[in-house]
Design a protein around this ligand. Structure first.
Ligand SMILES: [Cu+2]
Length: 131
């Protein structure tokens, strides 16, 4: 039974300004995630994806649904608000591989953030990596 999860795109949330909520989400393979534009001015673009997954990018101000079949870590961001660290992490499955590569991709995103520093690093702490 695949579940649908929602990630809200907000101008202001519990984690500060220009934010995806929840910023970290764990789902089961085959689940879908819908990005919901509660406020205007946001979109979502994939940054790091498990091998074989096609990159995705949503139109501005429109709900966007992705199906997450492949286990692993998915990193994404809002192109208009990358400087505010409007980023997020989805973990598909119980444990994730490729820790070094994912952390490198995350630090590349974080380097471009001038506000909300540390937000993506906090999300990254929640990933359960493969042993
Ligand atoms: Cu945004």
């Amino acid at each position: 039974m695949a579940a649908d999860h929602q990630i809200h795109m907000l101008n202001y949330g519990d984690q500060g300004g220009m934010v995806f909520e929840p910023g970290y989400l764990q789902v089961a393979p085959g689940d879908t995630v819908t990005f919901v534009p509660d406020n205007t001015g946001h979109s979502v673009k994939s940054q790091w994806l498990p091998e074989g997954v096609e990159p995705w990018q949503s139109p501005l101000n429109e709900p966007f649904t992705v199906t997450l079949d492949q286990e692993g870590v998915y990193l994404y961001f809002c192109p208009p608000h990358l400087m505010m660290n409007m980023t997020g992490v989805i973990q598909v499955g119980d444990s994730a591989g490729q820790q070094a590569e994912v952390e490198k991709a995350a630090s590349g995103l974080s380097r471009r953030a001038f506000q909300n520093k540390g937000r993506l690093a906090d999300y990254m702490q929640k990933i359960s990596w493969a042993k």
